[in-house]
Design a protein around this ligand. Structure first.
Ligand code: FES
Length: 335
C-alpha cells in the first residue's frame, strides 16, 4: 500500500473509531469531541528512559533534528512502531507545552504480544517511528472533574489532572504503591488508594464523589470501566462519563467458529467469549495487532472464504480479527 493510501486508510479508521469504537453509548455518555488527526509519521529518537514503578518505564522521544514536535492536548496518544515492526499505542503523559519531546509510559506485560517487552528494551539513542498524536479521549470543558485512574491508566489522566487544577479531583488506584507510576508528580490533593492498603475499590463510592454535572474520566482495568459505565447515570445523571480502554473490550453475543489459516492449513477454534485475534495468537504468537478495538487496522486480514460478521466497521473482503467474527461456523483467512 502506498503512503498516500495508508494515510487515507488511517483517516477512514479515525472516522470508524469515532463512529463505532466510541459508539453511540460512549458518544452520548462522553459528548467527546471528534478524533482529530494532528500529526504524521515521524522518526524520533529516545532521549531519556526512566523506571517509574516496578514494571513501568517512561520513554522520552525527541526529533533528531531538534525541531518542534506537533502539538497535542491531554488525552492524546501516539502509535509507536517498534524496531521489530510491532505497532502499539501509548498515551502522551508529559507536558503539552513541551514541544521538544513526547513522554510515554509502558507497563511490561510478560504474557502479552511482546510489544511492551520490546519497548522496555529501548535505550537512549534508539530510533523509533511514531504516528500521531491523535486524540480519542478528549479533555472537555466542565465545571468540575473527577478522575479515576487505575495503574498504567494514569498516563492519559495525568496531563488532564494538571490542566484541571483546582477544578479536578484524582482518585488513583492500583495493586500497591510500588506498582503505581508517577506518584511523585501528583497534586497533594490526590487520593492514592493501593489495593493492598485499602482493598479493592468500590466504584460506586468513587463515582458518588463527583459533583453534579461533573466530567468523570475513567481509565483503568475493565472491571472498573464496566462498573463506571453501569453506575454513572444513576449516581450522577447530569454528569458526563469519559472512558478509555487499554485492553480488548469484552466479546458481546459471540458464537464459536473455526478460523482456517490458509497459508499453513491450521484450524483454530475461536471460543464464544474470545476474539479471533486471541485464538490466532495461540498458534501464531507473532501475528500483528495494536489497538485490539477495531480502529487501527493493524490486524486486518484478507478473507478467502466464509462470511464476516463485521463488528464496528466493514472493510470489504477483509476482517479485523480483534473485533470481527464469522457469521457461520467457519471462515478462511489469508494467514
Ligand atoms: S484494528 Fe487495531 S488491532 Fe485490530
Amino acid at each position: 500500500m502506498s503512503t498516500a493510501s495508508l494515510r487515507l486508510y488511517g483517516a477512514v479508521m479515525d472516522g470508524y473509531r469515532q463512529l463505532f469504537v466510541e459508539g453511540p453509548t460512549a458518544r452520548f455518555l462522553s459528548r467527546s469531541r471528534p478524533v482529530r488527526r494532528q500529526g504524521y509519521d515521524l522518526d524520533l529518537v529516545v532521549c531519556a528512559a526512566a523506571q517509574e514503578s516496578d514494571d513501568v518505564v517512561s520513554l522520552r522521544l525527541t526529533r533528531p533534528d531538534g525541531l518542534q514536535l506537533p502539538e497535542w492536548r491531554p488525552g492524546a496518544h501516539i502509535d509507536l512502531f517498534l524496531p521489530s515492526g510491532r505497532q502499539r499505542q501509548y498515551s502522551l503523559c508529559g507536558d503539552p507545552r513541551d514541544r521538544t519531546s513526547y513522554r510515554i509510559a509502558v507497563r511490561r506485560i510478560a504474557e502479552g504480544g511482546g510489544g511492551s517487552i520490546e519497548a522496555h528494551e529501548l535505550r537512549f539513542g534508539d530510533r523509533v517511528r511514531v504516528r500521531g498524536p491523535r486524540n480519542a479521549f478528549a479533555f472537555v470543558d466542565a465545571p468540575s472533574y473527577l478522575f479515576i485512574a487505575g495503574g498504567i491508566g494514569i498516563t492519559p489522566i495525568l496531563p488532564m489532572v494538571k490542566a484541571a487544577g483546582s477544578k479536578g479531583h484524582l482518585v488513583y488506584v492500583g495493586r500497591s504503591r510500588k506498582s503505581m507510576p508517577f506518584l511523585d508528580e501528583l497534586p497533594s490533593s490526590a487520593e492514592i488508594r493501593p489495593d493492598d492498603e485499602f482493598g479493592v475499590p468500590d466504584v460506586a463510592d468513587l463515582i458518588s464523589r463527583a459533583q453534579p454535572g461533573a466530567a468523570v474520566y475513567v481509565c483503568g482495568p475493565p472491571p472498573v470501566l464496566d462498573a463506571a459505565q453501569r453506575l454513572m447515570f444513576t449516581l450522577n445523571p447530569t454528569g458526563s462519563l469519559h472512558t478509555e480502554r487499554f485492553s480488548a473490550a469484552p466479546v458481546v453475543d459471540g458464537r464459536e467458529f473455526t478460523a482456517t489459516l490458509a497459508r499453513s492449513g491450521t484450524e483454530v477454534r475461536v471460543g464464544a467469549d474470545e476474539t479471533a485475534l486471541a485464538a490466532i495468537r495461540r498458534v501464531q504468537p507473532g501475528v500483528v495487532y495494536s489497538c485490539q478495538q477495531g480502529f487501527c487496522g493493524t490486524c486486518k486480514v484478507r478473507v478467502l472464504g466464509g462470511e464476516v460478521d463485521h463488528r464496528r466497521n466493514t472493510i470489504p473482503e477483509h476482517m479485523l480479527t480483534c473485533v470481527s467474527r464469522a457469521f457461520g461456523d467457519s471462515i478462511v483467512l489469508d494467514l
